[in-house]
Design a protein around this ligand. Structure first.
Ligand code: GLP
Length: 242
């Protein structure tokens, strides 16, 4: 699999943004899967800059976010919906009805997840998905497990994952919801192209395990090794154990 290593996290994130800009140029009606987390923030900044400079037009694009906290949604400060609005949606010409984030507040989460899967299918599947990686190897919120549900599902978050998201909740991991709704690993792997973006020394060990270790649901990101069109974008720190 192609691995590109950049000197800094910002450069790695810009490189991922450039891929998205190129894909948008080739296919303005592209369907893209998007991550949250600290890692993609500079990628979103670069996408907003590209839009402002007239180099990216999102008007016909469709996006699907990987996950959302159960119980949270629009107007909740810690929700991934709010994260996406403040980092991307509010700053580009993406049509709100085509910017899909699972509604964590839906009264019936099973129905909401079925609807989410149907929307992806109706959009023709994802052309490209950009992924971050959790320190425990999670993708979206597919946490390490003996077995992983293929389709979107509700998941109990590991304490490590709640801690990793504490900054969205005033630094208190106890305030991070204990459950999340996540795109399933099969849905992720159905995307026609995948880009894994990882930066920082804290990701070095898990990046090496995911890319060079055995394929196992105990390291969900290792399943990406089976993807036929996968690309890895790292900074030097995240690549240091490869
Ligand atoms: C979060 C998200 C993941 C993300 C990962 C890494 O919890 N659910 O989709 O890839 O953890 O986040 P970060 O970039 O902040 O390290």
């Amino acid at each position: 699999m192609p691995v590109s290593v950049y000197a800094t996290a910002t450069r790695a994130a810009s490189a991922a943004a450039t891929r998205i800009v190129n894909v948008l140029r080739d296919n303005p009606a592209v369907v893209v899967g998007l991550p949250t987390g600290h890692t993609p923030i500079p990628m979103y900044r670069a996408l907003v800059r590209a839009y402002q400079a007239g180099r990216a037009d999102f008007s016909r694009a469709t996006t699907f976010n990987l996950d959302e906290f159960a119980g949270l949604g629009r107007d909740d400060a810690g929700s991934y919906r709010t994260f996406m609005e403040s980092h991307l949606f509010d700053h580009v010409n993406l049509a709100p009805q085509r910017a899909h984030v699972i509604d964590g507040r839906a009264s019936d989460w099973r129905q909401e997840l079925e609807r989410f899967e149907r929307r992806i299918a109706r959009a023709g599947g994802m052309d490209l998905i950009v992924l971050g990686i959790g320190q425990n190897g999670h993708l979206g919120f597919n946490e390490p497990a003996d077995a992983l549900p293929a389709r979107s599902h509700r998941v109990a978050l590991r304490q490590q994952s709640r801690r990793a998201n504490a900054t969205l909740f005033g630094g208190r991991w106890q305030d991070v919801p204990p459950y999340a709704l996540s795109m399933g690993i099969g849905t992720i792997l159905n995307a026609r192209r995948t880009i894994l973006l990882a930066t920082g020394a804290s990701k070095a060990r898990i990046v090496a395990r995911a890319l060079t270790g055995p394929v196992t649901t105990k390291v969900p990101a290792s399943l990406l090794q089976t993807h036929p069109n996968m690309m890895v974008v790292l900074d030097r720190d995240a690549a240091s154990r490869l």
